[in-house]
Every structure is written in C-alpha cells, then in structure tokens.
Write a protein of this length. Structure first.
Length: 458
C-alpha cells in the first residue's frame, strides 16, 4: 500500500460507531471534526517521517547522484563535505570494471554545487558502449527498466547498484542512453544494460552488466563511468562511500585474473560451461564475434533452427524434395533462409498459425525447442519427422496436459534426459530460452544421438 492510499483510507474512515439515532449523527460529526483534523495531521506527519527515514537508508535519488562538476577539488574533511573524514582508505578486492585498464584522475573530493557537496566516486572516461563488468559477485538493483525520464533533464538516465555478496554496494552511474553512433537519448534499455540483466538478477564477477554512456547529468560531458564504493552497503545518503581509487588501482583486469578464456563472459564455474565447451571444440557454437557468448540472450526460432541444422547436418538424411516448403516471412535474402528451408524440408521445423509463416525472429519457447529436437532424434533413428508421439496418460509435469500440442515430444526428450523440468515440478513450456539453455540442450541431444547410434550397431 502506498502512502497516499493509506492517507486516503485514514481520512475517509468515519470515527467511532454510527449513532443509533439517525437525526443526531450530523451533530456528532461536527463536534468531532477538530479531533478528526488533528488525527489526520498526526498521520501525515508520521508518514512524512517514515518516508524520510526510508530515503535515508534506501537508494539515492537521481539528484543525489554525481551532481554537476564545478572543476575544483576541495578538502573532503573541510566545510562543504558531506562524508566523514577518512584517515585510511581500505583496498577492497574487486575486479576492474572494464575489460582493459585505462588512465584516469582521482576526482574523489571534487566540488559539486559550488562546493556544497563533494564528489564521492571516480569518473573513468571511456567511449560509449564500452562493456562494463561486475566487479564482484552480487545482485543488480536500481535499474531503470521502463526507460523513465530523469527529472534532471527529461531524458532517460540509466544506472546500476550492484549489491555485492561481500556486503558492499557498488554504483555504476551514467550508463548509455543513446542509439549507437548518436547522441539522441533514445537508445533505451537495450543499449544501457547487457542482455539478461534486470532488477534482482544475481551476477558473477566479470559478467558484463551494462555499457558506458553519458546519461543523467553527464549529457554535456564526455562519456564515462561514475563508479562508487559503499563499504557495508549504501547508507546515510552516501556517507558510506569511500574513495574507490585505491581499490580500482589494485584491481586486476579480466585477462589478468586467470588464463585466457574462450568467451569473456563464461567461467568454468558456470553450470553450462562443460556443454558449451564441448560444442565449441566441435565448431558447432561460436561467439558473437566480439569475444562474448552472451549466455543470457534470447534465442530466436531462426537461430535455433540454424544451430540444429549445423549440429546434426552430418547425420540427417539426404534431401529428396526438389522444392522445400517456403514461408512467406522468410525472404530469399534472409540470413538463415537456407537453414530454415532445409529444416522445413526435413520436417524438423513447421510454420505457425496456418503454416504459411515461420516467425523467424520470435523467441523460441521451451516447447518449440523440445519439438524440434525430438524430430531430429527421430530422423537420426531412421524414422520420419512426422512420427506421432502420443502424450502419456500421466504427463511428468503438473503444467503439462495430455491435450497440449507438444506433450508427446516433450515427454520423449525428457525421458532421454535432453531437457529437464523446473525445480518446482513444472516444465514451463511457453517460457523462452536463452543461449546457454539451447547450447546445453543441443549438446545433450548430440550425446543422446551418439549413444543411440552406438547401441544400434550389432
């Protein structure tokens, strides 16, 4: 319940019981009106105090964050400073927030608002769209996922608060809000945060979480990351901030903390690492061309169909149809036209609706993924992709009915261990899949195929 709804209910409630004598009710109300007014004032004051207390311990407002730079440095212990004196500055073990180390000036203590405030972070100048990395394991919050405009300049402003598992909070301010190559302020969430990053998501150290920009009150300056470190978590309107310069100077880059990795955003501790590397070694999966795999990016129907064709091409039967079925929304020049046409000719993929369209750019669902994989396994086993898989009388998942269009195919791939259900006993068939999910499913399907082929050899 928000504060205003609480006030409305308090002021709208009649005090005491209704009078048993209907004619006397107006006089009772008039006599009690001063008491009602007094009670309302008490409620308003209490709510105001509550709001102030929450703001003091919650997240900072846009106006509190990185006020305009006046170009001067002040003594952080002198008049105008809004944080306690720091006799010693701790070095917190973190990762450098960018892939490559840069040179920057320590602007901790720089004057803001004519000396009324002090700069409580460091500004790391870098080109727009420079990837930003999680400096520690933690949970991301304070994301502007609705691209709401800033009260500062009427343009969307994007930031991240990384609540570290180490107990500290890390602020990433002035993320990108522009369409790449412009300064239009219309880039939106897509060019501010990395794929898969949203409020409440837990990230690992080194994971890409956003991009450098100039949003907020940095529109008139060069693009940069305003980085803050709050020991023990953000509190007291930022009094918890400490100079991040020593920690940033001591921080290793991603390349310095271990041997080179195939993908910059994939670690050995990731649950899908083994399957992904298995596919990579067989040249079935590649990165995005920039060194990243983007494991939490959505996968389209076209992308998954292409992955399936490339992964199983050597095991599929030779096409006999001279003219494979075409979809009206897959033009000859579409990047995945040939793979979709091949998969359609083999019966691995089918259209949507009346079958005339493929919807190549729609995100693939778990049910669609299961159905495609099931048809591929049927083909490799010497059957046709048109074989009917009857759903079991008792589906293995509580959200899967016998009448669901892919119930039989889902049961088949679940039985052989290619796809698994959720921890709550559901399958979640209409949920979309990420790149890491599809990589694991294809790896398991390939191993299942190899095992079935080996078992068939006399």
């Amino acid at each position: 319940m928000n504060e205003m709804s609480g006030i409305s209910k308090t002021l709208g409630r009649r005090p005491g019981r209704e009078s048993s004598t209907r004619e006397a009710a107006p006089r009772v109300v008039l006599r009690r009106f001063p008491l009602m007014l007094a009670l309302a004032l008490v409620v308003l004051l209490a709510l105001a105090a509550s709001s102030i207390a929450f703001a003091a311990e919650g997240v900072p407002t846009a106006e509190e964050m990185d006020p305009p730079y006046d170009g001067a440095l002040i003594d952080p212990t002198g008049e105008g400073a809004n944080f306690a004196a720091q006799e010693t500055v701790p070095v917190v073990p973190i990762l450098f927030p960018m892939e490559e180390r840069i040179v920057w000036q320590n602007t901790w203590g720089a004057a803001r608002d004519g000396g009324a405030r002090s700069h409580r972070g460091n500004d790391l100048m870098a080109p727009k769209m420079t990837p930003l990395l999680a400096v520690v394991d933690g949970t991301v919050e304070w994301l502007n996922m609705e691209a709401e405009v800033s009260s500062y300049n009427g343009v969307p402003s994007f930031n991240i608060m990384l609540r570290g598992d180490d107990g500290n909070d890390y602020f990433y301010i002035h993320l990108n809000n522009d369409t790449p190559g412009t300064d239009d302020g219309k880039g939106g969430v897509r060019y501010a945060y990395a794929p898969g990053i949203t409020n409440g998501v837990h990230v690992t150290q080194g994971q890409m979480i956003g991009y450098v920009g100039d949003s907020g009150n940095a529109e008139s300056t060069g693009s940069h990351l305003h980085f803050e470190l709050h020991l023990g978590g953000y509190a007291d309107k930022g009094a918890s901030a400490v100079d991040p310069y020593p920690s940033l100077m001591a921080a290793p880059t991603l390349a310095e903390i271990g041997p080179p990795r195939v993908f910059k955003d994939v670690w050995e501790r990731d649950w899908f690492f083994g399957d992904l590397m298995w596919l990579y070694e067989r040249e079935i999966v590649k990165g995005a061309g920039d060194g990243y795999f983007y494991p939490e990016s959505m996968v389209t129907r076209a992308q998954f169909a292409t992955m399936v064709v490339r992964a199983f091409a050597g095991h599929m039967p030779v096409l006999t149809q001279s003219e494979p079925p075409e979809f009206i929304d897959v033009a000859d020049g579409y990047w995945a036209h040939d793979e979709i046409a091949m998969a359609a000719a083999l019966g691995v993929v089918r259209g949507v609706g009346d079958g005339s369209e493929f919807s190549p750019d729609d995100s693939i669902t778990r049910a669609q993924m299961a159905a495609m994989i099931c048809r591929v396994l049927d083909l490799v086993a010497g059957q046709t992709a048109e074989v009917q898989h009857l759903p079991p009388e008792n589906p293995p998942f509580w959200d899967l009915t016998t009448g669901y269009w892919a119930a039989g195919e889902i049961s088949r791939v679940v039985q052989v261990g290619v796809i698994k259900g959720r921890s709550d006993g559901s399958f979640d068939p209409e949920a979309t899949s990420w790149r890491m999910h599809t990589a694991v499913v294809i790896a398991r399907a390939l191993r299942t195929m190899e095992a079935e082929l080996a078992a068939s050899v006399p």
